[in-house]
Write a new protein. Structure first.
Length: 166
């Protein structure tokens, strides 16, 4: 893993994630989310999790962003639904988030040992499709099934809401 590439794309992902919530227009927020998802895919690839990086690009940056942009376009992006107190809310939320980020960064002081040690062998296997599938359908079978039921309910709810408007 190249540390400068990790820092650049980690900073890009962080900046794009902040831009997602800071943008006033939904279309710019969706573009920032797309940049964030792309930077995260590069980070996954740097960590030798190529399967997860490809899924990140295909599923999230591809399919989910098409869905988001379709909904944004259907909701008329020119209508301004932002409240006048948004700037004050963002400043109140930024203070605890900045403190939390500071505490996280304090944990990564240069004097500490940040080597992966024995986890290096497991890291290479974690990104392969076989390992992801084995863990997903053995250890995480119940959350996987619960997620699929929640997605089904969300799709049915969207169909019912869309049918009412037509």
């Amino acid at each position: 893993m190249d540390f400068p590439i990790f820092i650049v794309f980690g900073g890009l992902a962080l900046g794009a994630a902040i831009s997602v919530v800071a943008q006033r227009r939904a279309i710019y927020s969706a573009l920032s989310l797309l940049i964030c998802l792309g930077a995260l895919a590069v980070l996954f690839a740097q960590l030798s999790a190529t399967f997860i990086a490809m899924i990140q690009i295909i599923v999230y940056a591809g399919a989910i962003m098409v869905l988001f942009l379709t909904v944004v376009m259907l909701l008329d992006p020119r209508s301004d639904l932002s409240s006048p107190n948004r700037a004050r809310f963002v400043s109140y939320a930024a203070i605890p988030l900045a403190l939390a980020l500071g505490l996280i960064l304090l944990q990564a002081v240069p004097g500490k040992d940040v080597s992966l040690g024995s986890q290096t062998a497991n890291l290479a296997a974690a990104g392969r499709a076989e390992e992801v599938g084995r863990v997903l359908f053995s250890k995480f079978l119940l959350p996987f099934e619960a997620t699929s039921i929640l997605i089904l309910v969300a799709i049915l709810g969207a169909v019912v809401l869309a049918k009412r408007k037509l």
